[in-house]
Ligand binder design. Structure first.
Ligand SMILES: Cc1ncc(COP(=O)(O)O)c(CN[C@@](C)(CC(=O)O)C(=O)O)c1O
Length: 401
């Protein structure tokens, strides 16, 4: 008898499964607003010019394919921490950051979760409600128990700040609070600077450990520094904390799987010990990370001209999404006679709009309009063109009837 007979079919992934369904659709009106992947106005994937230039340089240099160290490419680890904290930050100057190149944001989150499970076996993770769906999978598979803190308020289509603070306060001391550094996924709603201060207060009061997920630095507002505001605030306030990074969106390196986990420690000695234990966890997990994406990041950030061009391209991508938000808002406001307030489309930041549409409505959008989105009502504006906004607006309004 087959030994694998008992293996059941896994359900499709709530986000990546939408792309599978989209690919299977043959209708040429189809629109993929599921996975958060940037598309141009022509709805094509976008390889940044600086990436092409960096790869050309790398090819000419004829680099080898030797294993990287477990912790990854040293040049990448240096620039990724400097991008996040600012090169002049005291945590960098004092060598208090343990940085490990990870398999993009997901792999970095997973390595951190393994570290939490091993060194804080009684600690819980606190994740926002809603959050990026894969956060639950990562903590479940790393055997880190989690609970949710209130985040989205459907009544105001805004942040349930009081609920968030209350739930963080009610959690057991020393919990790991998972925070989206910028461009919250899926809601696109970020705390204000004043709210970040109060969130820091309650985390400090409870001896919680901040754990930032920074998957959109520079991509949300177009500014690397502005999008690092929350992380740098907590560092300035003296927290020890973790930060997972991803270059999937801001440098378009989705399939290169390049990111990092950074652990800010109270001393460089602690940082050295933390780094050694992260390496010990990484070795049996994937041994050492892929070199190509790390070299691209190191080359782009390491060359002043390429770095400046990258910043311009990020502003271009963020700007296109802002234009799409504006056009979609206008189309919805003009066409919808129900008096519904669509201003949340403009207020939300990043690549997503959390529309509040129910599962039945998103199913209708797919079945009748061939528009693919996640069942929680999230649409990726990065997959939308100006010319398709009217079509989407018609479909959204139609889904209410
Ligand atoms: C908040 C957040 N963290 C981490 C990641 C991980 O991305 P990476 O592993 O490629 O670095 C994503 C990507 N979320 C996407 C854009 C894609 C996905 O679901 O994997 C999304 O559609 O939500 C994310 O939105």
């Amino acid at each position: 008898v087959s030994r694998f007979e008992g293996v059941t079919m896994a359900p499709p992934d709530p986000i990546l499964g939408v792309s599978e369904a989209f690919r299977a659709d043959t209708n040429d009106l189809k629109l993929n607003l599921g996975v958060g992947a940037y598309r141009t106005e022509e709805l094509q994937p976008y390889v940044l010019n600086v990436v092409k230039k960096a790869e050309k340089l790398m090819l000419e240099r004829g680099e080898n394919k030797e294993y990287l160290p477990i912790e990854g490419l040293a040049a990448f680890n240096k620039v990724t921490a400097e991008l996040l904290f600012g090169a002049d930050n005291s945590v960098i100057q004092e060598g208090r950051v343990a940085t490990i190149q990870g398999l993009s944001g997901t792999g970095s989150l997973r390595l951190a979760a393994a570290f939490i499970h091993r060194y804080f076996p009684d600690a819980k993770a606190l994740i926002s409600s809603p959050t990026w769906g894969n956060h639950k999978n990562i903590f479940n598979d790393a055997r880190v128990p989690w609970s949710e803190y209130r985040y989205y308020d459907p009544r105001t289509v805004g942040l349930d700040f009081d609920g968030m603070v209350a739930d963080i306060k009610a959690a057991p001391d020393g919990s790991f609070v998972l925070l989206h550094g910028c461009a919250h996924n899926p809601t696109g709603i970020d705390p204000t600077p004043e709210q970040w201060e109060k969130i820091a207060d309650v985390i400090q009061e409870k001896n919680h450990i901040p754990f930032f997920d920074v998957a959109y630095q520079g991509f949300a507002s177009g500014s690397l520094d502005a999008d690092a505001y929350s992380v740098r605030l907590f560092v300035r306030r003296g927290f020890e904390l973790l930060v997972a990074q991803s270059y999937s969106k801001n440098l378009g390196l989705y399939a290169e799987r390049i990111g990092a986990i950074n652990v800010v420690c109270s001393s460089s000695d602690a940082g050295t010990r933390v780094k050694s234990q992260l390496k010990r966890l990484a070795r049996p997990m994937y041994s050492n990370p892929p070199v190509h994406g790390a070299r691209i990041v190191a080359n782009v950030v390491g060359d002043p001209n390429l770095f400046n061009e990258w910043k311009q391209e990020m502003e271009l991508m963020a700007g296109r999404i802002k234009n799409v938000r504006q056009r979609l808002y206008e189309n919805l406001s003009e066409k919808d006679k129900s008096g519904k307030d669509w201003s949340f489309v403009l207020k939300q930041i990043g690549m997503f709009s959390y529309t509040g549409l129910h599962k039945a409505q998103s199913d209708h959008m797919t079945d009748k309009w061939h528009i693919y989105m996640t069942k929680d009502g999230r649409i990726s504006l990065a997959g939308l063109s100006l010319s398709k906004c009217e079509y989407l607006a018609d479909a959204i309004i139609d889904s209410f009837h």
